[in-house]
Design a protein. Structure first.
Length: 318
């Protein structure tokens, strides 16, 4: 995995094979129980003891180093500036394509980090809650672009992250329902001064256009202390998306309340063709135009193979 442009000599990342990365676990203990893997794993994603030992325990060890160093820097700066002490959460972003396994990675990290000693308070949100309501997306003619940068209420998300980083109490995040394909009215997830917050979403590393007048243009990743991009070849992503679509056709889509209930009676051939059409029209376009271009902005890149196992790890040089 080469992150350089063709003309670039210097690679901003150190690249590790799976075997090299796994050795960096050192003595980091396994704190997950065997029965937890099914709860943490998303549909058709890979999560087993070997994957956690080889990939996520070394990452947990690395994050403990980053979090400790950042907290010490915060404390030293507050002393230097004579600022009243306040809790500053450490924020981790998790990015990547639809169907790549972001949710699994985010949940595993939450479970592992929450069991550090002493036990930190680790919260997890997805940016799905900050999508505009379906009615508004339909009104604007961009429902087919759900997941594209323009489909998110960016000011609301930025205000949420600003409040979290400022250490405010009881900050609320909207709730999104995959069943109804919409924001749930009058429901919230309340985040109350976590030690660590994980923010998962396809476009969390997205940047905006820079203004000519030099005024500040905040972006979501401005609030991140560390970011993970989960990478895979497009052919694998397409295959995983189609496989997940077929599984949902036989499960969640059969619910009469499901927005996708109309797909429940499709044959295998019809469902496969529908899934490929949705992938190419929406998810592939979003990947090529918005998600993949943000990969070089990540602190760490996990590259998956066709079997969902992480094959290599790229860590940005300090």
């Amino acid at each position: 995995m080469d992150i350089r442009a063709p003309e670039q000599q210097y690679n901003p990342y150190r690249i590790y094979t799976r075997e090299e990365w796994s050795r960096l676990r050192d003595d980091t203990p396994m704190t997950l129980e065997p029965g937890e893997f099914d709860r943490l794993r998303s549909l058709h994603d890979r999560l087993d003891l070997q994957e956690v030992e080889d990939i996520y325990l070394p990452l947990s060890r690395l994050l403990s180093i980053y979090v400790d160093a950042t907290q010490r820097l915060y404390y030293a700066e507050r002393q230097f500036l004579n600022i009243r002490d306040r809790k500053v959460p450490y924020i981790i972003g998790v990015a990547g394509s639809v169907a790549v396994g972001k949710s699994t990675t985010a949940r595993v990290l939450q479970a592992l980090l929450a069991r550090w000693s002493p036990r930190p308070k680790v919260e997890l949100i997805t940016t799905d809650g900050f999508l505009y309501p379906k009615a508004l997306l339909e009104q604007q003619g961009i429902l087919q672009k759900k997941g594209f940068p323009e489909s998110y209420d960016l000011p609301l998300l930025l205000n949420f992250l600003s409040d979290i980083k400022a250490g405010r109490r009881h900050v609320r995040s909207p709730v999104y329902s995959h069943l109804t394909y919409d924001i749930v009215p009058n429901e919230w997830i309340e985040i109350d001064q976590p030690d660590i917050l994980i923010v998962e979403g396809v476009n969390v590393l997205q940047t905006g256009k820079l203004p000519r007048d030099g005024k500040a243009v905040p972006v979501v990743s401005d609030f991140f202390d560390f970011s993970v991009y989960i990478d895979a070849d497009e052919a694998a992503l397409r295959q995983w998306y189609v496989k997940r679509f077929l599984a949902l056709r036989d499960t969640a889509f059969t619910n009469p309340k499901s927005y996708f209930n109309r797909y429940a009676l499709l044959s295998d051939e019809e469902a496969t063709a529908t899934a490929i059409a949705i992938w190419e029209r929406t998810n592939l376009a979003n990947l090529e135009d918005n998600i993949l271009p943000t990969r070089p902005r990540a602190t760490l890149i996990l590259k998956k193979g066709a079997d969902h196992a992480v094959e290599s790890v790229a860590l940005r040089r300090l």
